[in-house]
Design a binder for this molecule. Structure first.
Ligand code: ADP
Ligand code: MG
Length: 348
């Protein structure tokens, strides 16, 4: 498995469609890195530039130590799995999986052996003789994965591979992909617009927005310390509350939220307008100092309680595991602002 690096890579389609704008990336060998972002932000273009299916307009792309910027797809040693599977309908499963091995110099029996090994990795050993049309969507996508795997590429690329599957299968296939990736130590670049999928499978997530990178980090880092309101809002659920940084002192910021005053890690922000991002699961009701609020809505959803708290700062949505002793509508509470809860983020 090889590393992948982008050095200020730009892609312009036609005269003026800026699809990827001076992107820098460093993907370590053997890691699964997800490109996550809304439709049109440049994920597929980024992936296709790694594959050599699109050429970079500017910048350099490296796979391992090799500068592949100008190399055609066939010379790059990467394989790609598409959303649409792209299996050959008239070929059997084993023929589909063997197809890419035609020019690899393996004998007929070696090719068959490898194709069978690939099928067994995705749990389809007994399906070699079938046609794609005789398989479910999930099985077809596994065949596409096997076909990419048998080429033993330096980098394996996935473009929204689960989009055509129903929710339950999506979860199952994504776990299989992650298991195979870890077992074989593959470098995988995985595109999705689904934040839950990205959180579940990734070593690192690259959040993209308008052709640029909004933030790169581990799922945990993005969740706990989003770089701005865009990332906070896109990854998981977040309450975003306007606030004012009135002063900073070293690493700490004095903030005004509604009528309340507090001190929080400044995260490098300067005095002025900012936003507090609070995860619904991190909202804590505290004794004493906090944001004064009243319980506006209480919903029992079985395993947990959901609350809406309202105050002069606005509204906060919260979830709590404590279903035995819930707050009641109209209760006066204080929402805590202790460390490990809310974080200050700049407005995106
Ligand atoms: P994503 O995969 O995140 O949805 P894409 O990389 O497909 O985004 O597209 C990024 C931008 O480039 C979009 O504005 C899209 O319309 C444009 N684009 C993508 N492919 C082409 C193409 N072949 N020709 C012209 N514009 C394109
Ligand atoms: Mg796309």
């Amino acid at each position: 498995a090889a590393s992948v690096a982008f050095d200020s890579v730009t892609k312009v389609y036609g005269r003026d469609v800026l699809a990827v704008d001076r992107v820098n990336l460093n993907i370590a060998p053997g890691k699964l890195v997800t490109l996550l972002g809304p439709s049109g932000c440049g994920k597929t273009t980024t992936l296709r530039m790694i594959a050599g299916l699109e050429m970079a307009t500017k910048g350099r792309i490296l796979i391992g130590d090799k500068d592949v910027t100008k190399l055609p797809a066939t010379d790059r040693d990467v394989s790609m799995v598409f959303q649409s599977y792209a299996l050959f309908p008239h070929m059997t499963v084993i023929e589909n999986v063997s197809y890419g091995l035609r020019f690899s110099g393996y004998s007929k029996s070696e090719t068959l052996e490898r194709a069978n090994a690939g099928l067994s990795l995705v749990g389809l050993d007994r399906y070699g003789a079938r046609l794609p049309s005789e398989l479910s969507g999930g099985q077809q996508q596994r065949v596409a994965v096997a076909r990419a795997l048998v080429l033993e590429p330096q980098v394996l690329l996935f473009d929204e591979p689960l989009s055509n599957l129903d929710a339950k299968l999506r979860r199952q296939v994504r776990e299989e992909i992650r298991e195979i990736q870890q077992k074989l130590g593959l470098t995988v670049v995985y595109v999705t617009h689904d934040q839950e999928e990205a959180l579940a499978v990734s070593d690192e997530i690259v959040v993209m927005k308008n052709a640029t990178i909004a933030q790169i980090g581990t799922p945990r880092a993005l969740y706990d310390a989003p770089a701005d309101t865009f990332v906070a809002d896109f990854i998981g659920e977040a309450n975003l509350i306007g606030c004012e940084i009135t002063a900073t002192d070293g690493d700490m910021a004095e903030i005004a939220v509604g009528s309340a005053r507090h001190s929080l890690p400044s995260r490098g922000l300067k005095p002025g307008k900012a936003t507090l991002a609070i995860r619904p699961s991190r909202v804590r009701v505290v004794e004493g100092k906090g944001l004064p609020a009243t319980v506006e809505k209480v919903t029992y959803v079985g395993a947990r309680m959901e609350y809406t708290f309202a105050g002069d700062f606005g509204r906060v949505f919260a979830v709590s595991d404590n279903v035995d002793d819930p707050y009641r509508m109209g209760d006066a509470v204080n929402i805590g602002l202790a460390a490990s809860g809310p974080v200050l983020v700049p407005d995106a």
